[in-house]
Design a binder for this molecule. Structure first.
Ligand SMILES: *[C@@H]1O[C@H](CO)[C@@H](O)[C@H](O)[C@H]1NC(C)=O
Ligand SMILES: *[C@@H]1O[C@H](CO)[C@@H](O)[C@H](O)[C@H]1NC(C)=O
Ligand SMILES: *[C@@H]1O[C@H](CO)[C@@H](O)[C@H](O)[C@H]1NC(C)=O
Length: 233
């Protein structure tokens, strides 16, 4: 079991082609920029005040992007390399801005013949502060994310990229429990043999954060027998 798992990882690593991440793609309006600068200025002033008034070391917020691919507060687009699907999602929380920095991993489905050739981007799957409950349709799987942050909402809106593996069908689907606590790390990895096709979360105004759940499925090739039945039965 462990050996098989190690081999899966080895296989995934061997097959891994560079994924693309584009940070800061969204063009900010000058109004947004002014707002962001205003927030920075306020933060700088308050840090200076803390420095003057408090003699003991003030606790610094843990806003550490080590191991993450995106910056707090910035928009980003992540897409797996061709024919790969999202296999891991990790993020760490920062209280100022109230946001998460993200990193994603990808894996191949199985077999050399697999082609994820029908891809599309969803519209926004949530409002700022709103519930998120999205599933890629028609046996398609999640292969990328677009996300943009708004400071005054302490939240992100998301779009999802879905790709459909030609003759594969989803089965044995399940929804995970919440994979993070409020304001804590999210370290999620699809178990061996499972592939991500959906994402859920709700927002807490008090915590200024989301908790995430994922829809996972096993995938199987449509057997000749089934294909015949669908076509001629
Ligand atoms: C706030 O401080 C940071 C780092 O010290 C600096 O990069 C940024 O430009 C400052 N912002 C303003 C508006 O002064
Ligand atoms: C960020 O976290 C990494 C390990 O996760 C640690 O090695 C590093 O020192 C941290 N950086 C800061 C500035 O705290
Ligand atoms: C998440 O993973 C990081 C890096 O491996 C680790 O430092 C951290 O403790 C983990 N956090 C949780 C809540 O599992």
């Amino acid at each position: 079991m462990l050996l098989a798992f190690s081999m899966m990882i080895l296989l995934a690593v061997t097959n891994a082609a560079p994924s693309t991440l584009r940070v800061g793609e969204e063009v900010l309006s000058s109004q947004d920029r002014d707002r962001r600068h205003a927030v920075e200025a306020t933060t700088n002033v308050s840090r200076q005040n803390v420095g003057l008034d408090v003699t003991t070391t003030a606790p610094t917020p843990t806003c550490n992007t080590t191991g993450k691919e995106t910056e707090f507060g910035d928009p980003f687009t992540f897409e797996c390399a061709k024919n790969q699907v999202i296999s891991s999602v990790t993020s760490s929380y920062c209280s100022s801005p109230s946001d998460r920095a993200w990193a994603f991993g990808c894996k191949v489905l199985t077999g050399d013949d697999l082609e994820l050739n029908e891809c599309f981007w969803s519209p926004y799957i949530n409002d700022f502060g709103g519930i998120m409950a999205f599933q890629c349709p028609f046996n398609s799987l999640i292969t990328g994310f677009y996300s943009t942050f708004r400071d005054d909402k302490n939240d992100r809106r998301w779009k999802v990229k879905c790709c459909r593996p030609g003759s594969y069908l989803a089965y044995n689907c399940l929804t995970t429990i919440e994979s993070n606590e409020w304001n804590d790390d999210l370290n999620f990895s699809s178990p061996s043999g499972y592939f991500m096709r959906g994402i859920h979360s709700d927002f807490s105004t008090g915590k200024r954060d989301r908790r995430y759940q994922f829809d996972l499925c096993k995938m199987k090739t449509e057997s000749t027998e089934n294909r015949d039945r669908y076509n001629y039965g």
